[in-house]
Design a protein around this ligand. Structure first.
Ligand code: ADP
Ligand code: MG
Length: 230
């Protein structure tokens, strides 16, 4: 079976320049991710995981190379188009959850839907569905500080799916969680990739979570290679 890659990365290079110092954070990175895959990016702290995900999701721009996501030439897009890409095509999940503290779980999930002016009935319905999908239907009205870390990350995952993205980008989503909650979050991502038809790219340095991935990319000092499957 052959299919077009959902994510195409070619010759990606990123150099940070802080004063006289240069850090090559990505060096000639190329790979593809295919529709429906859950791909883990494994690497130590400082290896370039966040830099890589940020170039793919259009949060930052590389010095050289190309990123195409679902047919969108991310590396050639003007800033306004990148905003739309992150609203409509790519969902992000961060280590620190990134929820809005004054909003309830349901309201947090609804934020991206407001940005696309989803009609209120449809929005309410989709919020209910997504909260049920992540197992939080009983917690819709709680604010982030009234939820556990694992529950907060579930809200963030539900929010990332708000506008039916093609790609889910998760940057160490279990990094602030205990190992049991971390495992549950990875299992949830695994289940969502199957049930929602979304494709996921997940950075982690937790080796125990890699068994759930379809493929593992190993990143070391800014260079990526395919890891052998365990
Ligand atoms: P990881 O997410 O795997 O921990 P990063 O992508 O955050 O790695 O960092 C890769 C390298 O780039 C590290 O050496 C880091 O210090 C450097 N780096 C990351 N962000 C910046 C920045 N904004 N300015 C300068 N150097 C940076
Ligand atoms: Mg990082």
């Amino acid at each position: 079976m052959s299919s077009e890659p959902l994510v195409l990365v070619e010759g990606l290079r990123k150099v940070y320049r802080t004063g006289p110092r240069e850090v090559v954070a990505l060096r000639d990175v190329s790979f593809s991710v295919f529709p429906g895959e859950l791909v883990a990016v494994r690497g130590r702290s400082g290896s370039g995981k966040t830099t890589l995900l940020n170039q793919i999701g259009g949060l930052d721009r590389p010095d050289a190379g190309r990123v195409v996501v679902s047919g969108h030439e991310v590396t050639a897009m003007p800033d306004e188009a990148l905003l739309e890409l992150r609203r409509d095509v790519v969902g992000f999940v961060f280590q620190s959850f990134g929820l809005i503290p004054v909003l309830s779980a349901a309201e947090n999930v609804g934020v991206p839907m407001r940005l696309v002016r989803m009609p209120v009935d449809e929005r309410e319905e989709r919020i209910r569905l997504l909260l049920a999908l992540v197992g939080l239907e009983q917690h819709a009205n709680q604010r982030p500080y009234e939820l556990s870390g694992g529950q907060r990350q579930r809200v963030a995952i539900a929010r990332s799916l708000a506008n039916r993205p093609r790609l889910l980008v998760a940057d160490e989503p279990t990094g602030q969680l205990d190992s049991q909650s971390g495992r549950q979050i990875m299992e949830l991502l695994r289940a969502l990739v199957r049930s929602e038809g979304v494709t996921a790219l997940v950075a982690t340095h937790d080796p125990s979570l890699l068994t759930l991935a379809d493929r593992v990319l190993e990143i070391s000092d800014g260079a990526v290679r395919e890891a052998a499957l365990t």
